[in-house]
Design a binder for this molecule. Structure first.
Ligand SMILES: NC(=O)C1=CN([C@@H]2O[C@H](COP(=O)(O)OP(=O)(O)OC[C@H]3O[C@@H](n4cnc5c(N)ncnc54)[C@H](OP(=O)(O)O)[C@@H]3O)[C@@H](O)[C@H]2O)C=CC1
Ligand SMILES: CC(C)(CO)C(=O)C(=O)O
Length: 600
């Protein structure tokens, strides 16, 4: 077989060089200056192990290539260039027939290329491509993976891996020193890869893959895949190939600048692949009714940056703050659909009400099918002490053990609910977000909003998860910081008005509030149906209290309903810190002043 590689950028040139070095027939379609340089001097091919000049056969345009029945076409353009390449090639003569009779192999990111090829080509193969390589200078390409240049999870499109031609291709690519695994469910592997490539625009625009942006982009992508019924492979965990065989290694004198999208900006190509990376998530979201605001923002931003010739890393990450907020709520209808999907979210039932010790019994009497019971006192808090308060934050190791017991894995989506307006479930929401779980939502309206049947009894024991929690992702106030906040920003007291004013104190040693705090009872976050009030109303509520421009902190009795307030603030687009000790800690410290007020 001969490989006709369409597109001589980073991927095309690297694959061509590896095939050529392995003695496998190849021709590289290389246009312009790059093609001329390779034709004249060979390709300067940089690897961590050293640099070689590789005499790759090149053609400038399709007319220079006489196709035979033994050829395989390899797509190695950017996705936005695929349609044009397919048009140029499909109906060219090839042996007794046309090129569309030949197999075509896409070595591209995203989910669209194989589908586009299948419109004209009867045999389409694709790959989930881990192959870090760089094309910045005509005549020169570097491939940074080592020991192997890259890993290719190869499969037939839309599915299957039985075609003998695919096996022959896998063997050739193996001979050319790629790590290869045949996969019968290609789309799953490509979806897994896309979870990383939604970040290509991030490093291209901002020069770094900021953690919170990646978390939110992936969370949107996972929600979209679930709604679309697309299962997602975990490339690291499920791979039969040890992924460390192609880790990014240093090439002396050259550092890898960034992703393939970064390279488009660096070369000033005028277009980037965002419409097929973030844009694929946006498209699927629109088709399946799932909002994808952050992918949408990045798709737009990278398209304009490429068009205007922006330099890589020249944008300011701060511009993403507002559109990128992770949704706090999920509706009952949406949840029902997600629970039916290939990757249902982990469902947590946090049935706890102050003064009612029978939460577990309520769970046994009826819960949403598949939900796991979460005990607020023992799983969402460390043991109480007067010095720390009634519900101190749990030790990270304890919270991680609990989350694993509930079945939370890396990348899991989590939904929490209770039967009391989410006043308790919000503590689980806050803790998991604080501990780095990107996609945690509250069932809006809680159990009352659920229209489906309930399950009784203990339910199934979840398969233990493997999540690694890293607390510190949401802001927290110490007692001193809470004391100081009113002079710098807004400290909200989420308890009922009578407790704030000091008219009554059912549980703590002293009545009143932290000096300078403002009363904002949690109950007012909810409408009469116990759902959160609309974002605009919540924003108006909090802005009237002065929250929004400076720092905002929230406390309650023991850091439980304050988490609800923080969820309401997040819905309104306002970030706020939690004072976990809350009144139960403050009122136990005799030297801390207490303020009382009368109702106005
Ligand atoms: N670079 C990387 O590290 C990785 C990239 N990928 C994916 O691989 C694919 C290719 O990326 P990459 O190699 O970086 O892209 P590049 O932009 O480096 O290369 C694409 C090349 O295709 C050429 N081209 C475009 N249209 C045609 C055509 N009709 N005929 C012939 N040549 C054409 C372009 O030539 P010209 O310059 O003349 O327009 C360009 O040189 C993308 O889907 C990318 O996401 C996947 C894993 C890693
Ligand atoms: C993340 C990476 C480098 C993996 O090969 C890639 O896919 C890209 O640059 O587009």
């Amino acid at each position: 077989m001969r490989y006709v590689i369409i597109g001589a950028g980073a991927i095309g040139s690297t694959v061509a060089a590896q095939l050529q070095l392995a003695g496998i027939p190849v021709v590289l379609l290389a246009r312009g200056e790059h093609g001329a340089a390779i034709r004249e001097n060979g390709l300067r091919y940089l690897r961590p192990s050293g640099t070689r000049q590789v005499r790759v056969p090149v053609a400038e345009h399709p007319g220079e290539v006489t196709l035979t029945d033994d050829d395989v076409l390899v797509l190695a353009t950017k996705s936005q260039q695929t349609e044009q390449a397919l048009q140029e090639w499909a109906w060219r003569p090839a042996g007794e027939g046309v090129a569309a009779d030949l197999p075509v192999l896409s070595l591209q990111n995203g989910l669209e290329n194989e589908r586009a090829a299948l419109r004209r080509f009867g045999t389409v193969f694709g790959a989930s491509v881990w192959l870090p390589c760089t094309y910045l200078t005509p005549g020169e390409v570097s491939a940074e993976g080592a020991e192997k240049p890259g890993i290719l999870w190869l499969g037939g499109y839309p599915a299957g891996a039985d075609d003998p031609r695919l096996h022959a291709i896998a063997e050739d690519l193996g001979t050319a020193d790629f790590a290869v695994q045949l996969v019968p469910d290609l789309i799953r592997w490509k979806a897994g890869k896309l979870l990383g490539n939604v970040g290509n625009a991030v490093d291209a625009l901002y020069g770094e893959r900021a953690g919170w942006v990646m978390d939110e982009l992936r969370a949107e992508a996972r929600r979209v895949f679930a709604a679309a019924g697309i299962a997602v492979a975990d490339l690291v965990r499920e791979s039969e190939v040890d992924v460390s065989v192609a880790a990014i290694a240093e090439i002396p004198g050259r550092s890898r600048g960034g992703s393939s999208t970064w390279q488009s900006l660096a070369r000033g190509t005028g277009s980037a692949e965002g419409d097929f990376l973030n844009g694929e998530i946006v498209l699927l979201g629109r088709l399946h009714g799932v909002p994808t605001p952050l992918n949408e923002a990045l798709q737009r931003r990278i398209a304009l940056a490429a068009e205007h010739g922006a330099a890589p890393g020249s944008a300011d990450l701060a511009e993403l703050r507002t559109p990128g907020r992770t949704p706090v709520l999920v509706s009952a209808g949406e949840l029902a659909r997600e629970l039916e999907s290939a990757e249902p979210p982990i469902l947590l039932d946090v049935r706890w009400v102050l003064g009612d010790p029978h939460g577990h019994q309520h769970y046994l009497d009826g819960h949403i099918p598949g939900a796991v019971y979460v005990d607020l006192h023992t799983e969402l808090a460390a043991p109480p002490t007067p010095a720390e308060g009634r519900h101190p934050l749990p030790e990270p190791a304890d919270l991680q053990a609990a989350a694993r017991r509930w079945g939370v894995r890396e990348g899991s989506r989590v939904v929490a609910y209770d039967s009391n307006g989410n006043l308790a479930a919000a503590r689980a929401w806050w803790l998991l977000r604080w501990a780095g779980v990107a996609d945690v939502r509250l069932l809006d309206g809680g159990l009352d909003a659920w229209q489906g049947p309930l399950e009784t009894g203990f339910g199934r024991t979840p398969e233990p998860g493997d999540v690694v929690l890293k607390p510190g992702n949401l802001p927290v106030l110490t007692i001193d910081e809470a004391a100081a906040l009113p002079s710098a920003g807004v400290l909200l007291d989420a308890r009922a008005g009578e407790r704030y004013r000091g008219e009554q104190e059912p549980i703590d040693p002293r009545a009143g509030h932290i000096p300078g705090a403002l009363s904002a009872p949690t109950g007012e976050n909810l409408g009469p149906d116990r759902r959160f009030r609309p974002a605009a109303e919540l924003a108006e509520r909090f802005r009237a209290l002065g929250a929004g421009d400076g720092p905002v902190g929230v406390y309650c009795g023991s850091g439980v309903t304050a988490a609800h307030q923080i969820a309401a603030l997040a819905i309104a687009g306002i970030d706020a810190a939690l004072y976990p000790g809350s009144w139960s800690q403050w009122s136990n410290q005799p030297d801390r002043p207490v303020e009382r007020s009368v109702e106005t």
